[in-house]
Design a protein around this ligand. Structure first.
Ligand code: PRX
Length: 631
């Protein structure tokens, strides 16, 4: 009886035309009804969410303005995302609620409340303004997973500067490329990070990256315990800066469509593209998906194990959880160091309720064996998330049984840097199908189509496309609008995701992997062309091709085929030398596991390398259509 009543209340609220309830668990039937509403009237749907969930300085004239392929959400509305993430919680009496709990690899712990976070964001915002950074300027952030990283991102957002976070695992040339492309006058970094017990110097990477780069005027360095070197004339200490500036900072009044951040990601060319997200729509969508998909409540402890160097960290460590007033845990260092019980001990120690990670981590724990997670009490967990690559049914079952103890829902969330937030996902309480990402998020209309854009029958492999824009869709590629247009022009009328998928009779989507030359190595997106151009920049390499091979932990591993220049002889030491060169050029994440010296590469008659043929040969699979193959 009581259960029926509460269900009726939920249903009533969900279906009431003037109010869309969030944060409630929905039954499958309720999901379907609400989804239909969101598709029939997306503007009404998102307008209601935006009104009810967020604070706006000025409301919009129109929810969506769509001039294909460009779109604007919440036109002429004004707001600042940090007000939704910080000020409003502090003003509502939650100054002492925790925003983050940080744990270092050596076990050190730090906590920061919403009030303290707001103070620090304001101080750094004031400092950036004093350095001449104004609305629309870009700031590059190259930091490890530490509280100062969140402060840096939010301080930029506070004053309307556009942050460009570069993952701390990228090498100096990769960082330089991104700083130059974004034209950042200020870089925020830290002295070092710790990985597997070793200190890794990050500041020296910045030094090398900006050497001779006149655009960079100042480097703000978050110094850490034990640092004793003298700062260079162009450097200032993060903590000194905080101390020097006041803890109130008027938030910049932002148009809903003003840029919030750029995030460089890999595409099919050698050059990464700067995906641009804007303020209003991104805030609405990440707030809403964090709340619904993770069923996030203020007293929940949420742990997204990503790094803010990737979009998962932007949306579900920083903006989504903070906008919901939740508390997040974060942990610097490796998941299996000093041993593979580390993460599970943290879940027990802090009582994590919602846990979000990548299948590659699950597969790694699977390999280590159950004994490490059995040592910890995981009873606080309610929801488990997966992101970044398809979760194979074996890993799904292992995660469900050993971490979720058969109790927790697994939400498999499919999305991309470009989409800003979850697009296809399992929702808590809605049926889970192992290995399938699930149903579309509200307001999202995905389809599986053939090469000409025609829908394919159920359970048939095709290209994943999305009809119509959604609030957090990328707005452009920084300085390269033609690359943005490709998303909407590859399959005219649709957003082309670049993934292969199927959809079953129940409308559940299964993501099979990329349709293009983009690899997913340990859940990190890497373009084959990026690795190839780094390979050919080695003095001994004439030509190179790269493929992804199935890998039981990483999902995919990189194999490179290399033609040497005349006068260079194949040897193991040359292989090592070339691999080290890739680490120096791009970072360890792009280092090929295997290299093979070859005399030729399969090419089309027009000279394009047929990676598909290389891959089929490597895996002993049928070569497929080779009619365009050069003799
Ligand atoms: O191939 C899909 C895969 O990751 C790609 C997007 O990579 P990135 O922009 O780096 O963002 C990763 C984190 C959102 C997609 O094109 N991908 C992401 N999530 C899933 C996935 N593949 C299968 N299942 C997922 N849940």
């Amino acid at each position: 009886m009581a259960e029926n009543q509460s269900l009726m209340q939920v249903t009533d609220k969900v279906l009431s035309p003037d109010r869309v309830i969030t944060g409630a668990r929905l039954s499958e039937g309720e999901y379907k009804l609400l989804y239909q509403q969101s598709i029939q009237d997306p503007e009404g749907f998102w307008g209601r969410i935006a009104s009810e969930e967020l604070v706006w300085e000025k409301k919009w004239d129109q929810v969506l303005e769509w001039n294909y392929p460009n779109y604007r959400w919440f036109t002429n509305a004004r707001m600042n995302i940090t007000v939704n993430c910080l000020d409003r919680h502090v003003q509502a009496g939650k100054r002492h609620n925790l925003a983050y709990i940080w744990v270092g690899e050596d076990g050190q712990e730090k906590k920061i409340s919403y009030g303290e976070l707001l103070d620090r964001v304001c101080r750094l915002g004031n400092a950036l303004r004093a350095m001449g950074i104004k609305k629309g300027d870009t700031v590059t952030i190259y930091m490890p997973l530490m509280l100062e990283q969140m402060v840096a991102m939010l301080a930029c957002a506070r004053i309307g500067a556009v942050h460009s976070v570069v993952y701390g695992g990228f090498s100096a040339p990769a960082l330089r490329l991104r700083i130059e492309a974004a034209q950042s006058r200020v870089v925020i970094t830290s002295s070092w990070t710790r990985r597997r017990g070793k200190k890794i110097n990050l500041k020296s990477v910045v030094d090398e990256a900006i050497d001779g780069l006149s655009v960079v005027e100042k480097v703000i360095v978050a110094q850490r315990e034990g640092d004793d070197y003298e700062l260079l004339p162009n450097e200032v200490d993060f903590q000194d800066v905080l101390r020097a500036y006041p803890k109130t900072c008027v938030p910049e009044s932002m148009d809903s469509e003003d840029p919030l951040f750029i995030l460089y990601t890999s595409g099919t060319t050698g050059k990464p593209k700067g995906v641009l997200h804007t303020c209003g729509g991104y805030n609405v969508f990440t707030h809403y998906t964090a709340k619904y998909v993770f069923d996030l409540h203020e007293d929940d402890l949420f742990w997204c194990t990503a790094d803010p160097g990737w979009v998962t960290g932007h949306s579900y460590i920083v903006y989504g959880p903070l906008s919901n007033g939740a508390t997040s845990l974060m942990s610097e260092g490796s998941p299996d160091y000093p041993d593979p019980s580390r993460w599970w001990k943290l879940v027990e120690r802090f009582g994590v309720n919602v846990f979000y990670t990548a299948p590659t981590a699950v597969r790694m724990f699977m390999k280590h064996g159950e004994k490490y997670c059995e040592q910890a009490d995981l009873s606080s967990l309610r929801i488990l998330g997966s992101v970044g690559e398809p979760i194979n049914p074996e890993a799904w079952q292992w995660y469900h049984k050993n971490i979720g103890k058969g109790r927790c829902t697994i939400v498999d969330t499919w999305w991309q840097t470009e989409t800003g937030g979850h697009m296809i996902t399992t929702l808590p309480s809605v049926m889970q199908k192992p290995g399938k990402a699930g149903l579309p998020m509200f307001g999202i209309e995905p389809m599986v189509v053939d090469k000409s854009g025609n829908p394919v029958p159920a359970n048939t492999v095709g290209h994943l496309v999305i009809k119509k824009p959604w609030p957090s869709a990328l707005r452009t590629c920084w300085g390269e609008s033609e690359r943005f247009e490709q998303y909407w022009n590859s399959m005219p009328g649709f957003y082309y995701a670049g993934d292969l998928a199927t959809c079953d009779e129940d409308g559940y989507f299964m993501i099979l992997g990329r349709a293009d030359d983009v690899l997913s190595v340990s859940g990190h997106r890497i373009g084959t062309a990026e690795v190839e151009s780094a390979l050919v920049s080695h003095p001994s390499v004439a030509e190179a091709a790269v493929i992804g091979k199935p890998h039981d932990v990483k999902g995919e591993s990189i194999k490179g085929f290399v033609i040497l220049k005349t006068g260079h002889n194949p040897s193991d030491s040359l292989k090592d030398n070339i691999r080290t060169h890739i680490r120096r050029e791009l970072g360890a994440l792009a280092m090929p596991d295997e290299l093979e010296f070859v005399d030729g590469l399969p090419k089309t008659r027009s000279g394009k390398i047929m990676r598909r043929v290389l891959k089929a040969k490597e895996l002993g699979m049928p070569l497929g259509d080779t009619s365009t193959l050069e003799e």
